[in-house]
Design a protein around this ligand. Structure first.
Ligand code: 8X3
Length: 254
């Protein structure tokens, strides 16, 4: 079903993006992978080629950079420009500080990546999907987009934006066969918290202490499921948490 589908994944060098790339490769999809970290992306490409004999193309990309997005899309081989599935996965949180104490530089990076980057890629890909009358946009939202939590104001706001961009886009293309899915995971143990805490591994580890968090593979399974249901079925939104997480703030830890 996913064999030979052309799948573009942003933020593919680690975490949920990487796990999704692996699952799509196993299904025989053709992968267009983008990330800022080209070394990691190249290592992933080599692995996917070896493990699954996959066709993989890699692109260095910071989704905040509109010009760079243009360059990436201009360099995609002609026959692969008809992207079937766009996984808008690139995103990050920086800091867990009160708004009044946060670094405004972090606001820019998080808002520009999580909201504007996702919009730029979507704007670039959806017209081709419309021309082809097929396609699927899978956005990586978050439980953080369902309700705010202390220290998460800006990150939570960006993920609420991802929810509403997903909902609005679904309306804008309701008369087409293109599907829009927003996946909203709670705690997933990836490098998410290491990045949030600016590389402080101990602080990051502490987030997942005493609870069995979700893994990147758990979320990749949902990505693949949403992409695999029959074409008349649209998984609009999936909220998924570890069993001992109820909301952003209500977590049972042993
Ligand atoms: C990550 C989920 O709850 O740690 O998007 O913010 S949470």
């Amino acid at each position: 079903m996913l064999k030979d589908k052309v799948v573009f994944i942003s933020g593919a060098s680690s975490g949920i993006g990487e796990a999704s790339a692996r699952r799509f490769a196993a299904e025989g999809a053709v992968l267009l992978l983008s990330a800022r970290n080209m070394a990691k992306l190249e290592a992933l490409k080599a692995q996917l080629e070896k493990d699954y004999n996959a066709r993989v193309y890699t692109y260095e990309l910071d989704v905040r950079d509109k010009k760079a997005i243009d360059n990436v899309f201009n360099s995609i081989p002609e026959e692969l420009k008809n992207i079937d599935i766009l996984v808008n996965n690139a995103g990050l949180a920086l800091g867990l500080d009160k708004v009044q104490e946060s670094d405004p530089e972090d606001f820019d990076i998080v808002i520009d990546t999580n909201i504007k980057g996702l919009l730029y890629l979507t704007r670039r890909v959806v017209p081709t999907m419309m021309k082809n009358q097929r396609g699927h946009v899978i956005n990586m939202g978050s439980l953080a987009g369902v309700a705010a939590y202390p220290g998460g104001a800006v990150y939570c706001a960006t993920k609420a934006a991802v929810k509403f961009i997903s909902d609005g886009l679904r309306m804008d293309i309701v008369d087409t066969p293109i599907r829009v899915t927003n996946i909203q995971p709670g705690m997933v143990e990836t490098n998410f918290s290491v990045i949030r805490f600016h590389g402080d591994k101990d602080k990051a580890d502490n987030v997942y202490k005493g609870i069995k968090p979700l893994t990147a593979e758990d979320i990749a399974d949902i990505v693949i499921y949403a992409a695999s249901v029959p074409e008349h079925v649209q998984i609009c939104e999936v909220t998924v948490t570890a069993t001992h997480q109820a909301t952003g703030g209500v977590v049972y830890k042993k």
